[in-house]
Structure formats: C-alpha cells, structure tokens
Design a protein around this ligand. Sequence first.
Ligand code: SAM
Length: 470
Amino acid sequence: MWYLCVFYHRLLEYRKAEFESLAGLFGVETSLEWSLPKEHHPDSPFHFVNLPSEDVAEQIANRSILVRGIYELWGEGQDFKELEEAIKNYPDDRKLPYLAPESTFRITIDSFGKVISSQEKRDRLQMLAFIPFKGRVNLKNPDHKFNLMDNDYYGSSNGLPAIAKRRIFFGREIGVADRKILQTYELKSRKYLGPTAMDAEMAFLMANQAQVKPGKLVFDPFVGTGSILIAAAHFGAMTMGADIDIRVVRDGRGPECNVWSNFKQYGLPAPISLLRADNNLPPWRPGLREVFDAIICDPPYGVRAGGRKSGGRKLLKGIIGPYTVPDDKRTDHIPSTASYSLVECVHDLLDTAARMLVMGGRLVYFYPVLREDDYTNPTFPEHPCFKFVTSCEQILSYRYSRVLLTMVKIAPYSEEIELAAKIKHLDFKENHLKWLEDGNLHSAVFRPADANIHGDDKSSSKPKYRGKYV
Ligand SMILES: C[S@@+](CC[C@H](N)C(=O)[O-])C[C@H]1O[C@@H](n2cnc3c(N)ncnc32)[C@H](O)[C@@H]1O
C-alpha cells in the first residue's frame, strides 16, 4: 500500500537512505518504490512510498530520525475543494473504523515553510467539518491522530525548494520519529567529549544505516569518546571499541569522565571492551574471524585530526630495529606514532571489516570529498567482499564534504580476496593520491580563498535554496 512519508527538511541525502535501511531492518527484502506529489521537487518533505504493511510503516517511523511522520493518505488536492472531493471518495471501510463514536481523535494542522496563525488553523479545521467524526476530541492522548498538511512555500525563497503549486494533504498518522532522543544524547550535556565527538543526530543515523538492533555486536575501530557506540547501545547492541590513543580508551579525563562514564551517564550497558589497538596493525589480524554484525566509524581523515600509526618515524623508515619498552617505563609508556594517510587508513579499515564482519554485516563510515575537480561524480573505495549500498553527502564547507558510505558484506574473506583487494586499492590510490595522501586534504580545505575561482562576492551569488547545505 502507498503511504505519505513526510521528512524533516535536513540532511536531505540521508532521508531515503535511512528509510530504506530501516525497511531492510524490519524485514522488507525488495527495494522500495517512491514517487513525488505533483510538481514537487525531489528535496520536498513530501514523498509517497509503497510499503508491505502498516506495521512496517509504524516501525520505520518510530525508529527513524529524519521521518517526521508516515500517514495513510485519505486525500490530497491543490485546494480545499479538491481535497474534500478526494477524502469523500476514499473508501468508507478504510475511514469508518477511525471515526467511530467510542473513539477519541486529534487533528494537527501543519504548514511547511510558513508559520500560520491560530485563527488560520481554526479556519482550516473548519474546512474539514464534512468528515463525519463521531468520537471525542482528545488532544493529549487520542486513539487516532490526523494531520492536515500543506506546502505553503511555493514560489518563495525561504530555504525550501520552489515548486509551482500548493498541495494539501490529509491523512491518518501511522508513526512519527522520536527526536526526543536527540535531546537526551546531545553533546552539550555529555560528560566526556573530544574535539571530534560525533553529534548525536549523525551517530543515530549511522546506527540506523548499520541496521543495529538488540543482540547485535557493533565495533568502532576509531572509538574516541564513544559517541557512535552510544547510539548503537541505545538501540540495544553490544558494543566494542578500539583506538590507538591509550589515553582515550584507558584514562579519559579521570575516573568519572571517560568513555565508560559516558555509557553510565545514559544508563546504557558498558562496552564489552575498549582496546588500545592500531587500525594499521590490529592484534586480530590475522587471527580473529567474522564476529561483528556491524562496523561503524568516523576515521581520522586529517582535516581536524589526522590518523596515526604505530612506530616512530625512525622505525618506519627502517633506521632502527623493533623497539622494546624498557621495564621502568612500561606502566605509563605511550608508544610513539607516525602519521597515517587516509588512503592507508581506508585500506586497513576495509580489510578489517572484510575479515571480521559476518556475512550480511554492514560497514558504515565517513569518507571525505574535496568539492572540486571531479566532485560531481566522486568514486569511493571498493572491496571484493562488499556491495555498495548507499552514499549520503553532508556538505561541511564550500571546500569539502563528508560522505557516509554504507556497504554490506556479500562474500567471505579469503587469500584470493585479500590479493584482489590490494590490487583494487592500488588502483584507487593511484587515481586519488592527490588529496588522499598525508596532509593534502588538510591543506586543500584550509588554503586561503581564491576570489577568482569562487567568485568575488560569495554573498550575492549564494543561492536562496540551500539544498544539501541543510
Ligand atoms: C575522528 S576521531 C573519532 C571520534 C569518535 N567518533 C568520537 O565520537 O569521539 C578518530 C579517532 O581515531 C583515532 N585513531 C587515529 N589513528 C588511529 C589508528 N591508526 N588506529 C586506531 N585509532 C586511530 C584517534 O585517536 C581518534 O580518537
């Protein structure tokens, strides 16, 4: 059956991707059919989607972060006359159970892109007087919720996509996102934070892309302050993290301000373990095999914080032999590290994920993209064990974006695959070396503005419609 899905107007590329991942999580095996209301822009909050049941629609809406609501559409039109006709034509057997005398109901009036006055709301409510509601109104806790929504932003320049015609929708609410969790987990009230802590909204979206659910084992190999695992634990997963920085995984800022205390703060089960491990030389290579259901991470890609790998510079250049920590320095020794380019980091991440994810397990990670050259058609790292699921861009500045990549494991790891992956990686490295190599991305992102390239007056050329910037 077709449902009306209304999205929040933010993180536009993440909206359908999240919806589809959740559909998969709740058992929908085929790809979803989508369509747009008449004359609506693909970035519109309103979409139609075909789902196998109301139960699935409710589960998706309630679990999502970007779905404002899913509705059984009773009617739509370009004005109230057309809307009334459509609602009257909607089959009685679908409407009457929700209009019964013993039930309670509420109608919410929403206008997208415009604030409407209470008087205007009352006027619009009057337009629905023809619907034979027999039950009582209950604003707080009704049995049935209805929504009258329209897009009042047509032709305007308020940051929403311009469309030619207004459309009014009336439907029965099936489910809405629980965005209250974003307040509960917002970073500003978290005890232990680092400079690159993942914001709560994005951490939950990443967990949804990874199809996290109770009983699953989720690993973050760049755990930092644990923000991504916190979202996974909220959805019931068992978690494990690793970081090269022993001060992060062991100490934090003291006994009551560390990764462990972050989990305690929200009453979440603590991670199974937090390891001091280097993504470049993880202790599980080659021993451990397929144990994780999902690997979710934000690798250090060198814009705000760069990656490090084990071994001092001298050691890496082969100048001295393996380094042994003297006995008297063992308790608080911090191993020296050298810089770790993004291209190596991504190769190692894909290798770890290919070895350690179960079949069907998901790898979800951020990857940076420089918004120049072949920006419109960026290529992403590949691996023979993985099928690409989706990429979702978030523009961070006019220079660069981060793209959330979702991949699913479709082939078991083997020696042949390891070799094939190395060849693929070398090929990728050759074509992307320019900015994936150490330091290049950082200098490209932070180089002084060039007026000739980007236009002399950025403010006047700024488009009114902000598209993917939201
Ligand atoms: C972008 S931060 C991740 C932040 C984390 N998502 C959070 O919410 O706090 C990247 C982390 O990777 C760690 N790191 C850098 N190089 C590493 C390596 N070779 N192996 C494992 N961790 C590494 C850094 O210490 C840092 O904590």
